[in-house]
Design a protein around this ligand. Sequence first.
Ligand code: IMP
Ligand code: MG
Length: 334
Amino acid sequence: MGCRVIIGGFFGDEGKGKIISYLVNKDNPSIAARGGVGPNAGHTFVMGDKTFKVRMLPSGVLNKNTKLAIGAGVLVNPEILLQEIERFNAQKRTFIDSNCGIISNEHILRDSSEGYLKNNIGTTGTGTGPANSDRALRILNLAKDRTELKEYITDVGLMIYSYLEKKEYVLLEGTQGTFLSLFHGSYPYVTSKDVTASSICADVGIGPKNVDDVIVVFKSFVTRVGGGPLENELERKESEKKGWLEYGSVTGRERRSSPFNMKMAKKAIRLNGATTIALTKLDVLYPEISGVTEFNKLSTNALQFVEDIESELGLDVVLIGTGAEMNAIIDRRK
Ligand code: IMP
Ligand code: MG
């Protein structure tokens, strides 16, 4: 089955949680591993009438057959992680790399008190930037030194590699979005590390040759929370009228919005080596297709939107989100 990476194509909040929860429930991967920054990301997914959010565990948490792992490059807030393990009853299937960095209260304080990060960048205040800066200074504490995490500690890279050797299905979950990358995004209005597909692989401890498939997730419109440029940004009122006004799942802050940006999408495909596209929230643009699960039931306008994306970007749109529930999706994978 091989290794698939799911990556955000804009500024985070593209709906990766929904896509991942669908794929994990449908495809039953042996392991879902999380890369990315840390608890600054909030992934949301809906099963039936229940809404779930995770900030530390992978979004595949609802499938009890899938092992859950957190790669060495990911920062861990032990309190949040342990709460999630308990909430999802995931004690027996959670694995944390011994080299994950640990966020302390002092990092959170530095990230959330008045100053450059909070006031100029508009960070999430979750301590990730200060913790990554301590990691670069080689003074950050690691997961292997924390007794409360002891039962979960493992070598995640080795674990994933052993699944790959057996040709089992491995799903890697990226967090944030391409344009929040410290290297390729709109610096300084970015997160504290690179978050493109290559970095997600490095985070969990595998090399580029191990990856078979990179799905880039685009929302049908663009949102951004925090500071930084947003081309063609709508007025708040306009955003509200269109139903594009969203709120951050970690911070509760209002998200800014703009129409789908083809230029950025093209760049995201290049930066991530994307092989296919998942398009989310198409029902927000075209309410008449809400809950549709068959491609030939799309309305003319919705179909045109998808076809424009495919012809401009030169990749297939293989998954199309038509509602919040994880199964409100058109799955066109071969
Ligand atoms: P930090 O990652 O908390 O340092 O925040 C840096 C920037 O990235 C801010 O603009 C945040 O709003 C944004 N950001 C970080 N994580 C996410 C995410 O998961 N979704 C959306 N924006 C994010
Ligand atoms: Mg989010």
